[in-house]
Design a binder for this molecule. Sequence first.
Ligand SMILES: Cc1ncc(COP(=O)(O)O)c(C=O)c1O
Length: 377
Amino acid sequence: MREDKPLFTPGPLTTSEGVKRAMLRDVGSRDSAFIDTIARIRTGLLELAGVSQADGWEAVLMQGSGTFGIEAVISSALPAEGALLVARNGAYGARIAAIAAVHGIEVVDVAGPENRPCDPAEIERALAASPHVTHVALVHCETTTGIFNPVAEVGAAARRHGARLILDSMSAFGSVELDLAACAVDFLVSSANKCIEGVPGFSFALARGDAIAESEGRARTFSLDLFAQWRGLERDGQFRFTPPTHAILAFEQALAELAAEGGVAGRGERYHRNRDRLVEGMRALGFREYLPDALQGHVITSFRYPEGDRFDFEEFYDRLNARGFVIYPGKVTDAECFRIGSIGRLFEADVDGLLAAIEAVLGEMELDLRATTEGVQ
Ligand SMILES: Cc1ncc(COP(=O)(O)O)c(C=O)c1O
């Protein structure tokens, strides 16, 4: 029996008992066993991505949530005269542009609708029109809607124009296969508490060694200096500043549990099953997804508010919460939606529990959506 409510959100996410237990220790940051743990995690992350240090790839861990990792890469990788093309179709792409703006980095904004993947042809045209662009940023799974963007096509466009690709794979890495080299990714950023199912506390960048090397001296902040963090890790195996020791211990356990589940493929399958069960059940209750079937990813699903003005999301949320289930508000700008995640330590039985609670809450709110959406696709 789980003590806490299952989190059907984009994060923080539900973690396993084993991951939580791994944190019940106090270890020193200079302890050789802890330094070995960091080294194993760095190697393990590269292995998970199908690359290695021998092939010229590096893993850099950075304190803070995912946004800190994104900010570390953007503020460290772009040269003083660089420009960042941001391909965006949701809130997390917009956040990348906002981060660049804070650092005074020129942004070439390629904004598209939230219900369509970013368009590689449009990105290619923007790159041709702005030859001074040095880096392209793309969100792998735009968690605003759950849509997946075409990494390989955008990577190929960036490479043709001599720009480096920064991929925000926050909510996708660890649950979907991605060939970094073939997709021309230079920096991939993700965090501990997404598909790897560690606890929040640090993010990580997997990057080509030459891309890290060229960022020496470019950092616009002291603490988020990616090159300095990498150099510190290489020099003595340690973080530059107090590491999130408990989160690191939990992460090693999370990596072991990921391997036991069949690695990226096994984890992705469970998330797909969660998503399938969720969408089927929500449709049966009369809800409709924001994205068309073909574009719906396995990480998170945005559901439209039911038609009419009788649906009060706050009340719906609170009633579900009282029954022990946590869902998430929407982020889509042009439609009223809420979101339900399929990631974290959740299984189909948890989804069934959520669906039963939603059915009961709809009854309490005297909403019978099946009557209004009969036959709607
Ligand atoms: C695609 C994407 N990018 C960035 C972030 C920001 O991560 P954090 O909230 O850990 O800072 C998230 C969080 O869900 C995300 O889904």
